[in-house]
Design a protein. Sequence first.
Length: 251
Amino acid sequence: MSLQAITASVLVIGNEILSGRTQDINLNHIATTLGEWGIQVREARVVADIEEEIVAAVNELRSRYDYLFTTGGIGPTHDDITAECIAKAFDEPLVEHPIIAKLIRARPAPDDIMESRLRMARIPQSAKLVDNATGGPPGFRVDNVFVMAGIPAVMQAMLASLDGKLKSGPVVRSRSVTAYLGESQIAAKLGEIQDDFPDVDLGSYPFFQKDRYGTSLVMRGTDEAQLDAMLEAVKEAIVSSGENPHDIQRG
């Protein structure tokens, strides 16, 4: 395992996400799964079904991160344009992949429906297939870009097939603690603690429950010893501010 961080981005493609008609749950699954594999998701975007915007996003994100994962837009309809956009981003032609085409033709259908289905067999010329354990058409990979379905169950099957096949770095771990303090009451102390542990991210997230204001404090890093030391420092800061730490978690 490399000691260097391996990074990823996620590009969610589809007008239905931006319109609010469909709620995306793929990002959470991708980020959680990749995190367990030692791959850190550093950026996520949602883009409409507009060719030039998809192509621009793909080219930017694939150049900035080790991996780019896209979801959505690889179905049989006219607005499923992800494959074309990936081909354009890599300046490659679309070709009908014989394995995908054979899989699709194995399910008989009228000619017009079959023609629509076969749109899903078109992938960029240099693409490699990404397995789909659900039995439907596979996804594909071009260089460091992985193109997967938008349907959560199908996307999850495709992502699972990549387990053990990607570069990985240190796994990010976490510590968290809750305090019934407003952020302003502890902000100065948190700043000092962050300065003392520059390699660990310390985030504060306010909430209101049980008629009380509070703050959840989350620490994330790859060094377990530093995480534990920061957690103790944060707990001491809470106590010195007149409250008790609650709901301590390690992940």
